[in-house]
Design a protein around this ligand. Structure first.
Ligand SMILES: Cc1cc2nc3c(=O)[nH]c(=O)nc-3n(C[C@H](O)[C@H](O)[C@H](O)COP(=O)(O)OP(=O)(O)OC[C@H]3O[C@@H](n4cnc5c(N)ncnc54)[C@H](O)[C@@H]3O)c2cc1C
Length: 380
C-alpha cells in the first residue's frame, strides 16, 4: 500500500499547519485556563476551507475525503488539541446526514456547516448509557405529525453552541432486538424543550464546549427522522467508522507535538554537564515515541484511504483509534517526564498535552470497546 501523499494533500497539510501556527499558540493557554473559545477562529477556518472538507461539492464542500479531514486534524491537534477540537468538532453529525439524511436535510444543513454559518452536534451518551448505547432511554414518540422527545443526554460536544443536534432516541422500546430500538432525530436547538448546561472542569480539551442536555416535550416534525426508524444503532456504527478515524488523527497530532516539545527541551537542557538528549534513556524514549507515531499514522492513512475508496474495515478503524489514543497518552506522559518539574507547570505545552490526551482513550468508544470490536472479528 502506498502511504505517500499526493501534491494536493501535501498542500492541505502545509496550509493547515500554517493556519494553526498563525492562530492557535497565542490563545491556547487562555482558552485552556478559562474554558473558553473565540469562534472567530472557527469562522476563519471555515473561510479557508478547513471545516467539512469531506462534504461533497454539491453541498458546497470541497469534496475531498476523510483522509484529508484527518490530515487537517493531525496538524491542528499538533498545535493545540483544544482549539483543534473546538473547530473541527463543528461538523460532528454531518457524517450521519451524508450517509442517511434526506436530500432536503442535506441541502439545508451541509452548506451552512462549510460556510461557518451553523454547527451540528450529536448526542448519544446518557447518564446511564455510555459504552452501551442500546441502553439509551431518551424517548421519541409519534404524536400526529410530530416526534415528541423526552430525556437527558450528557457529555454532548458543542451542546451549548450547536444549531442542530442529532439525538439518538428510543423509538421502539418493545422491539425484541436491542439493535432495532433506536433512531436518530434531527433537532434544531432553538426548539422549545431543548435546554443545555455547560459542563465545566474538564481535564483537557477545555476550549471545546461540552454540555448536558435536558429534552422536555421537544416537538419536531416527523420528517426530522434521519435514516430509517429503528436502525439508529447500525447508523451509529457507520457514523463511528468515520469519526473514530478522526480521533486517531487527533492522537497522531498530539503525540507529534509531545515528541517535538521533548526534542526541543532535551536538546536545550543540560544536567551532569551534558544535554538531556545525549542520555540513552532520553533517546530510547524519543525513539519509542517516533515509532508509535509512525505506526499510528500509517493506521489512519490506510483505514481512511480504504474508507474513501468505499471499503470499510471496522476492525482496522478500531485498531487505529485504540492504538493512536493509547500511544498519544504514552507520548504525553513521556514528554512530561522528560521535562521534569517544568512539565508540571502550565506554561509548558506538554502539561496541557498530558491532560488533553486522556480523552482519546475514552470518547467515541473507549479503548476497551475498540478491543472488543477487534476481538469480535478474530473470535466469532
Ligand atoms: C469531553 C467529552 C466529549 C464527549 N463528546 C460526546 C458527544 O459529542 N456525544 C456523545 O454522545 N458522547 C460524548 N461523550 C461521551 C463519551 O463517548 C463516553 O464518555 C464514552 O463513550 C464512555 O461512556 P461512559 O462515560 O458512560 O463510560 P462507561 O460506559 O461507564 O465505561 C466506564 C469504563 O468501563 C469500561 N467498560 C464498559 N463496559 C465494558 C465492557 N463490556 N467490557 C470492558 N470494559 C467496559 C469502559 O471501557 C470504560 O473504561 C464525550 C465525553 C467526553 C468526556
Amino acid at each position: 500500500m502506498d502511504f505517500g501523499l499526493n501534491k494536493e494533500q501535501q498542500d492541505i497539510v502545509a496550509a493547515a499547519k500554517e493556519f494553526a501556527l498563525g492562530e492557535f499558540p497565542d490563545r491556547a493557554q487562555e482558552f485552556d485556563r478559562n474554558e473558553t473559545f473565540d469562534q472567530d477562529i472557527w469562522r476563519k477556518a471555515c473561510e479557508l476551507g478547513f471545516v467539512g472538507i469531506f462534504i461533497p461539492e454539491e453541498y458546497e464542500g470541497a469534496g475531498y475525503g476523510f483522509l484529508e479531514h484527518c490530515l487537517i486534524t493531525e496538524e491542528f491537534w499538533a498545535v493545540d488539541p483544544g482549539i483543534g477540537q473546538a473547530i473541527l468538532s463543528c461538523t460532528f453529525g454531518s457524517e450521519l446526514l451524508m450517509l442517511f439524511g434526506t436530500e432536503g436535510q442535506k441541502q439545508t444543513i451541509l452548506p451552512k456547516l462549510v460556510a461557518g454559518e451553523a454547527i451540528i452536534a450529536t448526542a448519544i451518551t446518557e447518564p446511564d448509557a455510555g459504552s452501551d448505547p442500546t441502553g439509551a432511554a431518551t424517548t421519541a414518540v409519534k404524536d400526529g405529525d410530530s416526534w415528541v422527545i423526552n430525556g437527558s443526554k450528557i457529555f454532548a460536544t458543542n451542546g451549548n453552541l450547536a444549531d442542530y443536534m442529532m439525538i439518538f432516541c428510543l423509538t421502539d422500546a418493545d422491539n425484541p432486538s436491542r439493535h432495532h430500538r433506536h433512531s436518530f432525530i434531527l433537532v434544531p436547538t432553538e426548539a422549545k424543550g431543548y435546554e443545555s448546561n455547560k459542563l465545566y472542569g474538564k481535564m483537557g480539551i477545555r476550549a471545546s464546549d461540552t454540555a448536558e442536555l435536558s429534552l422536555s416535550d421537544l416537538r419536531v416534525p416527523l420528517e426530522n427522522l434521519v435514516g430509517k426508524e429503528g436502525e439508529g444503532f447500525h447508523e451509529l456504527m457507520a457514523f463511528f467508522n468515520r469519526t473514530r478515524l478522526h480521533v486517531c488523527a487527533q492522537g497522531v497530532g498530539l503525540a507529534k507535538a509531545a515528541l517535538e516539545e521533548s526534542i526541543r527541551h532535551t536538546r536545550g537542557r543540560h544536567q551532569f554537564g551534558a544535554p538531556l538528549a545525549s542520555f540513552q534513556n532520553t533517546q530510547f524514549k524519543l525513539a519509542e515515541m517516533a515509532t508509535g507515531i509512525r505506526a499510528s499514522r500509517n493506521l489512519y492513512y490506510e483505514a481512511a484511504s480504504e474508507l474513501d475508496r468505499g471499503n470499510i474495515d471496522h476492525a482496522l478503524i478500531s485498531m487505529a483509534k485504540w492504538y493512536a489514543g493509547e500511544n498519544a497518552v504514552r507520548c504525553a506522559d513521556a514528554a512530561v517526564q522528560m521535562h521534569g518539574g517544568y512539565g508540571y507547570i502550565d506554561e509548558y505545552k506538554v502539561q496541557r498535552l498530558y491532560r488533553d490526551a486522556k480523552i482519546l482513550e475514552i470518547y467515541e468508544g473507549s479503548k476497551e470497546m475498540e478491543k472488543i470490536i477487534i476481538a469480535g472479528t478474530l473470535v466469532r
